[in-house]
Ligand binder design. Structure first.
Ligand code: AMP
Length: 589
């Protein structure tokens, strides 16, 4: 960090003239209970819980009915939808599902980017008691099909273009996928075989719907995440998770009634679902949804013209804004902006300070993961920021650092400053309830009452947590968690590739960039033309989001004697770092 900078950014008591939702950290942590947060949120008349009831119906039947829930911004301008309209439209979608015989517990996959249809369909899915499974549009056909297979996809909601390019080529491998509902169809063209026109079905559907009476423990969401080995894991979240979304919207994002909130994440990832859809609706605020890709000029315009007051974004985006220079930022004014937060990857202190210097507000880093369903550790309005730290555990969250002793037992590390694995005491409402069809992997996440996060961290004397790294080989590229195994599999489908290993390389903007190493089958020789072909092959199968940017040839990949590719060693060699313990390395590698 810049030597002239202090280690602490002191909290102003009323940023933007608004009194924060909390100011006394210890006091609230002591008095807080999840039960009390649940009571504050309320319950449907018949009991139980349904995310769409809490997010939409409560407001649609109350004083916020006519308030704008979403402002969708795209090239054509801004389209708004009020809470009452959102209620009616999501009712229509729930009725469409009903008409098609899609029932409680069925998996509805959603691949429609940041379009109104995506948001409406998600909420209608909850209303019908189905499980919403969002997908990221920048995935290629293979990752999409893999996830739909694991998730037992029954219905897919998507656009004509996405279906044609990414799903149709794999449709034969998805026999369980019974209905594909396309939005925004070009009516001058015949419907693609095996698809239905969602907009036409919606137009015929009734606007009233009685929400299916779901219990707090009924599954609501399936979010895919990647590990080092094996296929992606489908993390199951329940309707009762809304209590976490509600409490964290209040304490970590400081949402207030009059806020205009902008979460820049795509709903295909957990942040775009928990905080792009659910949490802001729970608080009855207006959210901005930008359909476009990152563009510094446009982002500043959105912050200014939409009068965003609370902004939740990601370190990669912040670093790209920093690269675009302060002059661009200063061409605009942000008098309503009062709180900035970021998540997904380490936030360097420079980015925290950049917010302070250029926008007049520091960036509040926070930490969580797909499995936790909501923000767990955060910098908040209630205490000073230590730039570079992820902050402190939120009310109701009990975090610690653990280590395995010689016998393999997990022990809590009491020593301040000691590095170990970050763990959370189970019991928060949005904790995953399982990995679909993978109980064994789910059980491995726990040691008794502790959920093990897979992240390495340390805690300082003031209870702030500092991220150190991952304990496994997963890659974090532009805030997206990428499993090396999925990349290696796609490369090995090419006829020239004998073996493949993928690693993340530090990148000043995207955090990590993906590099793959391949060895070739007999009869193939390393050549520039083959390298380009492999890059193209990977991109067409995996999609831009997770395809490697670099590929290098090796005559043989380092493997352990038990046959596992030593990605750690590939990485050390690539970065010129010490090779560490190579006692298990196969001879000759
Ligand atoms: P995902 O499940 O895709 O949301 O990724 C979760 C992972 O992202 C965490 O386990 C961390 O490795 C990383 N991550 C999330 N937030 C932060 C943060 N504030 N600082 C450092 N790493 C983070």
């Amino acid at each position: 960090m810049n030597a002239a900078r202090p280690d602490l950014i002191r909290k102003s008591s009323q940023p933007g003239g608004v009194t924060p939702n909390w100011t006394a950290y210890e006091a609230l942590r002591k008095s807080f209970s999840w039960e009390q947060a649940r009571r504050e949120l309320g319950q449907p008349a018949g009991g139980g819980m349904n995310i769409a009831w809490a997010a939409v119906e409560r407001h649609a039947q109350g004083t916020r009915a006519d308030r704008t829930a979403f402002r969708f911004v795209d090239d054509a301008g801004t389209t708004t939808i009020s809470y009452a309209q959102l209620s009616r439209e999501s009712n229509r979608f729930a009725n469409v599902l009903n008409t098609l015989g899609v029932a409680r517990g069925d998996a509805v996959f959603l691949l429609a980017g940041r379009s109104q249809a995506m948001y409406v369909a998600t909420l209608g899915t909850f209303k019908n008691g189905c499980v919403a499974c969002p997908l990221f549009p920048a995935f290629g056909p293979e990752p999409l099909a893999t996830r739909m297979k694991i998730g037992d996809a029954r219905v897919l909601v998507t656009t004509q273009a996405l279906y044609r390019r990414k799903v149709a080529p794999m449709r034969d491998s998805l026999p369980g996928l019974r209905q594909v509902l396309l939005t925004g169809c070009d009516r001058s063209l015949p419907m693609l075989p095996g698809t239905l026109d969602l907009d036409a079905l919606m137009a015929q559907a009734a606007t009233g719907f009685d929400i299916v009476a779901t219990a707090e423990e009924d599954p609501a969401l399936l979010h895919f995440t990647s590990g080092t080995t094996g296929t992606p894991k489908g993390a199951i979240h329940v309707h009762g998770a809304v209590v976490t979304h509600y409490a964290t919207g209040k304490y970590a994002l400081d949402l207030h009634d009059e806020d205009v909130f902008w979460c820049t994440a795509d709903p295909g990832w957990v942040t775009g679902m928990s905080y792009g859809i659910i949490a802001p609706l729970l608080h009855g605020v207006t959210s901005v949804v930008d359909a476009g890709e990152f563009d510094a000029q446009r982002w500043y315009e959105i912050l200014e013209t939409q009068e965003v007051s609370v902004w939740y974004t990601a370190p990669t985006a912040l670093r790209m804004l920093m690269r675009a220079g302060p002059a661009l930022a200063r061409e605009h004014a942000y008098p309503r902006l009062r709180f900035i937060a970021s998540v997904g990857e380490p936030l360097n202190p420079e980015a925290v300070w950049w917010g302070q210097d250029v926008l007049g507000l520091p960036v509040h880093d926070n930490w969580w993961q797909t499995e936790t369903g909501g923000i767990m550790i955060a910098n908040t309005p209630a205490f000073d920021i230590k730039p570079g730290s992820m902050g402190r555990p939120l009310p109701g969250v009990d975090a610690c650092i653990v280590r395995r002793d010689e016998s393999g037992a997990v022990q809590v590390v009491e020593q301040v400053g000691e590095q170990g694995e970050l763990a959370l005491r189970r019991g928060w409402p949005s904790m995953l309830r399982g990995y679909l069809h993978n109980e064994e992997r789910y059980q491995k996440c726990f040691a008794g009452e502790l959920y093990l996060t897979g992240d390495l961290a340390r805690r300082d004397e003031d209870g702030y947590f500092w991220f150190v790294g991952r304990s496994d080989d997963v890659i974090k590229c532009s805030g997206h968690l990428v499993g090396p195994f999925e990349i290696e599999n796609a490369l090995m489908e090419h006829p020239a590739v004998a073996e493949a290993g993928a690693i993340g390389k530090p990148d000043p903007t995207t955090g990590e960039s993906i590099k793959a190493f391949v060895s070739l089958k007999p009869g193939f020789e390393p050549a520039e033309s083959l390298r380009l072909e492999l890059l193209g092959h990977a991109r067409s199968r995996l999609g831009a989001a997770i395809a490697p940017k670099e590929i290098a040839f090796l005559s043989v990949l380092p493997r352990t004697r038990s046959g596992k590719i030593m990605r750690r060693l590939l990485k050390a060699r690539e970065l010129g770092l010490p090779e560490g313990d190579i006692s298990t390395l196969e001879a000759g590698a």
